[in-house]
Ligand binder design. Structure first.
Ligand code: HEC
Length: 117
């Protein structure tokens, strides 16, 4: 085998083994600030029935693990505060709109928590 093809294979192996697993881990719950901790409580009450937060597996909807660390949301839309806020307020596909039941501060707190994942 030529040196070049060995290098290409090594590169491909490195990409395959690191791949999506290079995301830094979520911030430990014990280190959350008060806003993030309130967001965590709200997440448990309002989102956890359909989304895992600290486990990379889908439930009724996609996992929120690393949601703001990845370049795009599961739908392919940019992973921005605006887009996630709009999803929470207006819903998406099978996800219900939650805007009538969360005040803007609650939505901000959930976002702050999602940023720790
Ligand atoms: C009743 C179940 C349900 C609840 C409750 C729910 N979701 Fe979802 N969510 C879904 C489903 C299903 C999808 C996939 C929608 C699609 O892309 O068709 C989704 C998608 C998403 C997405 C990805 C949007 C995209 O563009 O890919 C985000 C972010 C999200 N939800 C956040 C939340 C947050 C935060 C909460 C709590 C405030 C929440 N969801 C509550 C079911 C739910």
């Amino acid at each position: 085998m030529s040196k070049l093809s060995t290098l290409i294979l090594l590169g491909a192996a490195a990409i395959a083994t690191t791949g999506c697993k290079t995301l830094p881990p979520p911030m430990p719950l014990s280190q959350l600030n008060p806003q993030q901790a309130h967001g965590h409580d709200l997440f448990q009450a309002r989102c956890a029935a359909c989304h895992y937060d600290r486990k990379d597996d889908s439930l009724h909807g996609p996992s929120m693990l690393g949601v703001f660390k990845k370049p795009s949301l599961p739908s392919g839309a940019a992973a921005t505060d605006e887009r996630v806020t709009a999803t929470i307020l207006h819903g998406r596909g099978l996800m219900p709109a939650l805007g009538n039941t969360l005040d803007p501060q609650d939505t901000d707190d959930i976002l702050a928590y999602l940023h720790t994942l």
